[in-house]
Each structure stands twice: as structure tokens, then as C-alpha cells.
Design a protein around this ligand. Sequence first.
Ligand code: ARG
Length: 677
Amino acid sequence: MRGVVNYASAFAGNALSIIAPMTSTGTEAGNSSHAGGSVAPGAGDVSSRLRAGLIAAMRAAFPQLEGEPDPLVSPNKNPALGDFQCNAAMGLSKKLGKSPREVAAAIVASSRNAWLDGLIEPLTDGAIAGPGFINIRLATAGLAGQLEAFDTPALGVPAPVRAQRVVIDLMGVNLAKNMHVGHLRSPVIGDALARMLTRLGHSVVRQNHVGDWGLNIAMTTARVQQLVAKGELSLATLTLDDLDKAYAFSQRECQRDLAGLEAAKRWNMGPKAIAELEEQVHGATEAFAHARSTLLKLQAKDPATHAVWQRIYSVTMRACLDVCTLINVQLSDADTAGESSYADELAPMVEELQARGLAVQDAGALIVRLDNPPKDAWGELLFEPISEPCLIRKTDGGYLYATTDVAACRRRVQKLGAERAIYAVDARQALHLRQVFAIAHLAGYSQLAAAENGRASFEHAAFGAILGSDGRPFKTRTGDSVKLSDLLQETFDRAGQVVQARAAERGTPYSASELATIGRAVGIAAIKYSDLSTDRVKDVLFNVDAMLAFEGDTGPYLLYALVRLKRIREKAGAGEGGTVQNERAAFVLEHASEKALALTLLRYPQSLKSAADALEPHRLCQMLYELAKACAVFYDQCPVIDAPPTQRASRLRLCGLAERVLEDGLACLGIPTLQRM
Ligand code: ARG
């Protein structure tokens, strides 16, 4: 969509050791909807450079080709023939009226250029195989050179051409409710996205959109006040468990009316539904009426009521931030902007929307129709039409979840400077967020201060549910939901046991305090990795045994791969954080597993960028898993410490680089690492 910020942060000037022609190259993120623009390969980025070089060769061979030809490069199916293969000739042959082998020969003949020279063994007709595949072998020195360029503190991750301001919506708990397993994904995914984008040089603001306002909260407040008055509860010792009970009680008490509220939230049916809703509201029970009066008192900041609310707020927030600390999610009080913080902005905002004709009266309520979006300055629709109108003010004058979210969009762009606002929110809220984003665009709230920068983008990083290992909703045997803090502690304990069993086998068991630290790190790795390595929109199973396995695509496997790298270098004489002698020894990459490890390392910048652009952490997880596997094959096949001096030095440097990439990648996922396990 034009007019929307293009955050395909083109690589800054690249650190290639050659002067390469600037050319459009596409990226691994090519399948992300956000990729675009000309991108020059970053330092050590073999696949992008290969691609750029082959595109240049294809254009030189066939100047008549329009647009950017796709060289279709992939790892070679038969490593004996080469490291990569280019499969473009077959597809082009018809278009060009030549046989595939003729096309391949022409590409080969035009393949001397600044991208390819030095990177690959010069191509000859002998490289053409079968119907017209071109086998490509990296020059040994070429790969070493790429690795050399990659071995900088930034690990090949270029500074963005223009750093963006990104707001990430994560966590968003509701007051007075215990956290359960369903609360894990938003902070885990949101925090990983925040870390990845920060690592790429963007400026990230986290926003915890806490559900701390409205009738439900007023009901609970009223109930707590009642219990305190009866002497059954004390504000000083109030716990989240107390609040959870009070919440459930007040919900039951006002059930009849809640159904009406639910309908209001889902309402999309015009006057009849509104009338029904009104009826429900009029037929309020005593408890409901009491809750409403409590809400009015809250809105008016009545000191006694507000003090109780304040207490409910701080008890909930303490528990919420404690969980974040426990699982290594960065979130603080300063990142919290609850729904209550928007309360005073709603009336004027809605009046403005009405005055501008964007919100219209419908049987006493105010709605915004979204089925006929206007065009923007570029002649494109402002958003995809949505058939369901959005209710932003009820007939009784009350505002809704959506109203607050529209105000949040406005604040995020206009006050927090967001060019990109990302919502790590449950997939079930997709329609709600689409409506909210559409209203924000319609109202011009997404307009960036510098008009030429267009509009901010709002993106829903939707995720699926967390299910039990049986694939059903995660519950205890008695059907209750499990408290998140208990579940986390159990998982950490279990992780500790698994680690201790392994250590005992080696004859070096850990002390209790060591084990607590290790168990927590391994547990966090297990939980976060199982979440992040799954395609975000899919459901994930919370299967403790599977996520704690030390073999396979798991967090502990990656942590262990890192610990192993540290141990090798330690053994070779590098103290903790110290340097191995000859830190910058020349890379000698002769063995196939050394080459494979080097090539995997070089994918890091692209994987990170593609994961961040597409908001899909699993892309980074995949690359890190492949790195851990490449390390395992490498140790298996190549001695390090006992290798002859030149190889030893090169291999130690390779291990050092692998250690840094793995450490960096895990940090981007929010997974703490260990020295030992
Ligand atoms: N409190 C909301 C809920 O429990 C989640 C908030 C998500 N963020 C947002 N901006 N709506 O469903």
C-alpha cells in the first residue's frame, strides 16, 4: 500500500571489500509483504550477493528482459557438484526462444561481475548440468572473505538506512484476574519482536494496554469495597487471588446484564439489536445498578472508590510485572498505559468523529461504517472494506473497548511517534483490531507528522491459543485453569531435574542454588522457544516433556549448543569472556562441515531481518536451530583443539563466531543463556 511507511529498511552502505555496482537484489524477506526497494547485500551476506551477481549476469546476457529476473538460486541438491545452483534457465527458455542450455551458457558467459568475482569459482560451460542447471561453487577464499567481513561486533547486521519508531502492544492483562497460560504468548512474542527490532537499530516503545477500566472493573471494585466494609477483606493484605474471587463473584452477580454487554461488543446488526441492548440495560439488577454507580464514582475520581481501585490496580500490576521479570520479558511500569489512561480522551474524540461525519447516530448509538473506505492521495483505498460497522458509543453514553483502542492508535502515532504500531494480540481479536485500525486511518490519526512519510502502519501480530499436550484447552484435572506463576515454577523445577539427572550422570551434580538458576534459564528457553519457533498464528501445545528435550528443535538444545561452544573455547585457553590466542587467525574452510557452518552463520543478518519484517520470530528460530545442528556436525567431523595449528586457530575463530551469533540470536528471542548446564 503506497503512502504507508515502507519499513523494508534498506541496508546501509555495505561493507563489501569490492566496489560493487548498486543493483536491486531482493532479499530472503522477499516473501514478506513488507519487503521492497533496492537492497544491497550486507557484509558477508552470501546469498544476497550471489543473487545480485546472477541478476546482473542475466541482465547482461539478455538486455531485453524486463523487470527483475529471478535467478532461482538454492543450495545445491548434490553438494559434490557445487554449493549452490541456479535454476533460472529452464523458465526463461520459452520467453527467450532458446534452449535452456543455450540460456544457461549465455548466463555463464556473462557472469564476470563485481558481485561474483572472488566470491565463486569462475563459471565455465562445465558448470552447466542436465537440462540447464548451473552449478556454483564458492571460492574458498571467497567464503573466507565473506566470513571475515561478517566478523564485526555487529555480526553483519547493518544499521538501518533510517531508524524507525515502533510501538509494540504486548501483555494487556485485565485487572483483578489471575494470569494463566493464555497470558504467555503476548509478552513472549511482543518482547521478542521488540528485541529483534531494537537489535536492527529501530527505536522501540513497549505499551502494556491494561484492561483497567469499565464496568467489569467497577463491579469488582464494588465487591471489594463491600467485603472490606464487612471486615472480610483488608486492603493492606489484598492478593490477586482475593481479587480473582471477587471478580468471579461480581460477574455471577451481574450475569444477566453481562450478556447484554457481550452482545454490545459483538453487535453489528443495527437498530433492533440496539433496542434489545437498551432493554437489557434498563432491566439492570441491583448489583448491576450498584456497579454502574461505582463506575460513575470512579470516573469522577471519588477518593474512597478510587483508593480501592488504585489498590486493585497495583496488586494486579505487581503480579503481572513479576511474571515478566520471571520469564525475562522487558516491561516496566513506565510501559503501562491502561485503558483508564484514555478515559478522558474518549468523549472529545468521539464528538470530533461525529462532528466530522465519520461516526453516525444509529438508533441512539454511535457507529462508524467501514464498508466503503475513501481513497488516499495515491488513489488507493485507505483500508480494505469491512462489512461490520464499529460501535463506538452505546445508547447509554458508555464507550467500548474499541473506542479506547482508537484513542490508543492516535496516541501511539501522534504522541509516541510510531511509524509502525505492532499488536501482539490473540488472533481472535482480528476483527476488532481491523475495525480499530480502519477508524484510525479514516480519522487521519495515522498521519505522520512529516506528511511526505505518509501514514503509520498498524499491524496485528496475531497468535493462536496455547493448548494442553492433548491438544485441548489447558486445564487442571479438575477443570480449573492453572495459575501462570505456578505453571512457570513447575516448569523451572522440572527443567532443573532434567539438568540434574544429566549432570549426575557425568558425576558432577549441581548445588541447589546453581540448579535454581540453571532450571530457570532452561525452563525459559523451553517455554519461549516452543512458542516462538511455531508459526505465530498456529496454536501451540504446552507439552513440558517435549519442550524440555535436549535433542531436536527445542530451546534447551540451542542453549546446550551454546554452552558447548563456550566449553571448547574455554578448553582452548580462552578465559571467561577472554580471547583465544590469535583471535583473528585466517579462516581456512576446507572441510564440508566447516563450509556448511560458515554458510549458516552468514545467514544470520537476513534471517533476523526477515523475521522482524514479517513479525515472524520462527524464521530466526529456524536459522538458529540449523546453526546448532551445523555446530554438532562440525564437532563430529572436525577436531578443533587437537587440529594442526593453522586449522586449530581457524576453527577456534569459527567457534567464537558461532558462539556470538547464537548468543546474539537467543538474546533477540529474549532467552537468557548460561555458562554451563
Ligand atoms: N485486555 C485485552 C484482553 O484481555 C487485551 C489488550 C490487547 N491490546 C489492545 N490494544 N487491545 O482482551
